[in-house]
Write a protein that binds this ligand. Structure first.
Ligand code: GZL
Length: 322
């Protein structure tokens, strides 16, 4: 199948094809170049599966490339898509900046681009069709609300938070911090006393957290706010090694909603899991279909999400796909 796909794409390059999809194009003649940022978490793997599954359901050919969390590699992959004259580029940017040149090349080639998951910043406007993803700020708000509600009747005069941030220069990490800080600032007792960089990577967060408590102890930490479940899983290992009773000695709020984290929530090892919805596939498929029909496409398409906590009905949480 892959050989046939490459032969097909070679013919496209040789024979050339009209730039940009036309509304009459049959789905099986549509080629979508999909550049994924990496495979750093079960969340990300589900995100990839969701998009590819839905493209295949629609009959689109998908050229998938894994950027391995390297922007230069992602840009090279997108240039390959442009050379193949794909009909649509779907990409999930590893970081916020540095995409203008390749997006301009796609625009000049008449290839529309859909940005999925994290946001990007560009000097020029109209370099991409739309952004599809969660509201990371709302995720941060939900995490903050859990904390303010949890401590609202507490007699504690200060509530100290350790924040484990996701990858720097990403909209998800920046907005998760902004949304969280916006809400906890309503209670003057609550403060972030340490903000560490875990890059969304389990092993990195494990090492960074272990170094922090070795240098500073953990007794002055009341809450862990972690930007994704993978990092939280690494930190839980360190807490177990250190005799810290997770979910009691330190209240834990984490984001994504991976199955393993929901089990930890049910076991009382974490207190709140803010969902980050990885199932972007249907939204991407629907957007491409609407675009091919010439329908107007909004600049921003938000995906619905929720929050799970020890204050709710844990048995009603649906099975997680990641
Ligand atoms: C959020 C996404 C984040 C996830 C992490 O939409 O960018 O990246 O929360 C992943 O699991 O690493």
């Amino acid at each position: 199948m892959k050989y046939l796909l490459h032969l097909f794409l070679l013919l496209l390059v040789v024979g050339g094809c009209a730039n940009g999809p036309d509304a009459e194009a049959e789905p099986e003649n549509i080629v979508v170049g999909f550049s994924q940022s990496g495979t750093e978490s079960n969340w990300r793997k589900r995100h990839t599966e969701s998009i590819i599954e839905e493209m295949n359901k629609e009959g689109y050919e998908v050229l998938y490339r894994n950027g391995f969390m390297n922007q230069d590699r992602q840009i090279q992959d997108m240039r390959t898509f442009i050379a193949y004259k794909v009909d649509m580029i779907v990409f999930t940017p590893i970081v916020e900046d540095g995409w203008d040149a390749v997006l301009l090349e796609a625009k000049d080639a008449g290839i529309p681009v859909i940005v999925v998951d994290r946001h990007i910043r560009t000097a020029e406007e109209n370099l991409y069709l739309t952004h599809i993803g969660p509201s990371f700020k709302a995720e941060g708000n939900r995490a903050g609300l859990y904390i303010t509600n949890h401590f609202q009747n507490s007699s504690q005069t200060s509530i100290r938070i350790l924040e484990m941030r996701g990858l720097a220069k990403t909209s998800s990490a920046n907005f998760r911090s902004e949304g969280f800080t916006e809400v906890i600032s309503r209670d003057s007792r609550i403060a972030i006393v340490a903000s560490l960089e875990g890059d969304y990577i389990r092993s990195k967060a494990k090492d960074v957290f272990r170094n922090y408590i070795e240098e500073n102890g953990w007794i002055d930490i009341d809450v862990l706010y972690s930007h994704n479940d993978e990092m939280t899983l690494g930190i839980l290992e360190v807490m177990k090694e250190s005799g810290i009773v997770a979910g009691q000695d330190i209240i834990i709020v984490t984001i994504d909603g991976q199955a393993e984290m929901i089990e930890n929530l049910r076991a009382g090892k974490v207190n709140c899991v803010v969902e980050c919805n990885p199932n972007a596939g249907w939204y991407v498929r629907n957007t491409i279909k609407r675009y091919l029909k010439g329908n107007p496409i909004p600049n921003e398409i938000y995906m619905p999400e929720t929050v799970f906590s020890d204050k709710g009905n844990l048995e009603s949480i649906p099975p997680r796909e990641y």
